[in-house]
Design a protein around this ligand. Structure first.
Ligand code: UD1
Length: 423
């Protein structure tokens, strides 16, 4: 197992290219199950989660070929399809549940293991089940697997989700694209990854309107055809690297970044004393004069502040002037980075869904442990500005969501290296 060693140093300067979005790509790849014709995804990120989805799709009978060093994924699913998504693959990643909608739509039945994923909360599947049941699927849980069937095929329906779940919106979109008749999803998630999936499905011949709003209308079609689709920029990777110059000083241009992907995040950066400027190639981030100011943050579904940037934002606020309160409204157990940051001298109190961060002048390097994907990168960010050396172990979480993190940070002047762990 690898670990990452970070030495706190001065300002960071230069450019960081932002990859295609992991979370978009993980929803786009299963869309290949909806058509006999090939689906090609460009601007794909090179991550272990993408390899896990490749493995899952292959186990179902689809082909996924990584071209151009993994930046292009050529997918197709023209042969026999296995309807069973096995626990051994699904447990590695919750996004595996995104094969449920497409399998049901294409085959009329599916058996999908309940997922695992990051240990950041209960993450049940009830919203997915309700949404697909509304389309006429009968779903029951037996021995850890969801057994779903739609005997006469899926039928369009109006459905309102109890919460705007990202994954359930994606499953519903894919399933309803091949259902008979019109479907309307109310209280749909509005994340850019949903918009990206809808665009891709439309390129495949689906009839979808309203993506990016709370009401999405889908007119079912008999079949979908092949398409080539570029994966949208990863707004979470973008926000993460925007925080590097915010924490360390200097000026970094994040190539491919766009304000509309990270608007609520940018508002908080501005309030904390960080300037963000749109350029022709991306977003240029610079720390204004003086110390970071404390800000309060509440995580919410898009367009609110993303939960996937909460841990990284906390790393910034650890050295702010004053006290910040971070409220986590999406996942109930997502402050596992707080005790690790405390090992570096941060002063954080966690009470339920709130974390109160009392800013300190400086963090100090320490051995820390990554507990989930976004927590790992927050520890790296904190280490970049800490005095001395920070050793982050269990970085396999990191490789699920960040391609070549150490190369990208080193290119702007960070002192960071990856070493093999003994145990
Ligand atoms: C997606 C993202 C993840 C991000 C999250 C919230 C992918 C692959 N992952 O996850 O990085 O943190 O959106 O922006 O896109 N819930 C239920 N029942 C359900 C489904 C969800 O109670 O059936 C709850 C979850 O436990 C959680 C909340 O709803 O508390 C949000 O989950 P959801 O929007 O579904 O997130 P994911 O699609 O799993």
């Amino acid at each position: 197992m690898d670990k990452i060693i970070v030495r706190g140093n001065g300002p960071l300067n230069g450019q960081i290219p932002i990859a295609g979005a992991k979370n978009a790509c993980l929803a786009l790849m299963p869309a290949t199950l909806l058509s006999e014709e090939p689906l090609t995804l460009t601007n794909a990120p090179r991550l272990s989660d993408i390899r896990t989805m490749t493995q899952l799709l292959a186990s179902l009978g689809a082909e996924v070929t990584a071209l151009q060093d993994g930046k292009v994924l050529a997918t197709s699913c023209h042969g026999e399809i296995n309807p069973v998504a096995d626990y051994e693959i699904v447990r590695k990643m919750r996004a595996s549940n995104l094969v449920l909608g497409p399998l049901l739509a294409r085959l009329g039945h599916a058996v999908v293991s309940l997922p695992g994923g990051c240990a950041i909360g209960a993450r049940p599947m009830d919203i997915h089940i309700d949404a697909l049941s509304a389309l006429g699927a009968e779903i029951e849980l037996r021995e850890g697997y969801l057994h779903a069937k739609a005997a006469g095929g899926l039928r369009g329906a109006v459905h309102e989700m109890r919460f705007a779940s990202v994954g359930a919106t994606e499953n519903f979109l894919m399933a309803a694209s091949l259902a008979k008749g019109t479907s309307v999803l109310k209280n749909a998630a509005r994340e850019p990854e949903i918009v990206d999936l809808a665009r891709c499905l439309r390129a495949m011949g689906a009839q979808i309107e309203g993506e990016g709003t709370s009401t999405i209308t889908i007119e079912g079609v008999d079949r979908l055809h092949g398409a080539t689709h570029p994966v949208v920029t990863d707004r979470i990777e973008l926000g993460t690297y925007m925080l590097a110059p915010a924490i360390c000083g200097g000026e970094v241009e994040c190539l491919g970044g766009r304000i509309e992907l990270v608007e609520s995040f940018c508002e908080k950066l501005d309030a904390a004393g960080i300037s963000v400027e749109e350029t022709e190639r991306g977003l240029k981030v610079r720390r204004k004069n003086g110390r970071i100011r404390a800000v309060d943050v509440v995580t919410e579904p898009f367009p609110g502040f993303p939960t996937d940037l909460q841990a990284q934002m906390m790393a910034l606020l650890c050295t702010a002037e004053g006290t910040s309160v971070l409220e986590e409204k999406i996942f109930e157990n997502r402050f596992m980075h707080a005790p690790e940051l405390a090992r570096m001298g941060a002063r954080i109190e966690v009470h339920g869904g709130h974390a109160t961060v009392h800013g300190v002048e400086k963090l100090k390097g320490a051995p820390v442990m990554a507990t989930d994907l976004r927590a790992s990168v927050s520890l790296i960010l904190a280490g970049l500005a800490a005095e001395g050396e920070t050793i982050v172990s269990r970085v396999y979480h990191l490789d699920r969501g960040y391609e070549r993190v150490e190369d990208k940070l080193r290119a702007v002047g960070a002192q960071i290296e990856r070493v093999k762990e003994d145990t």
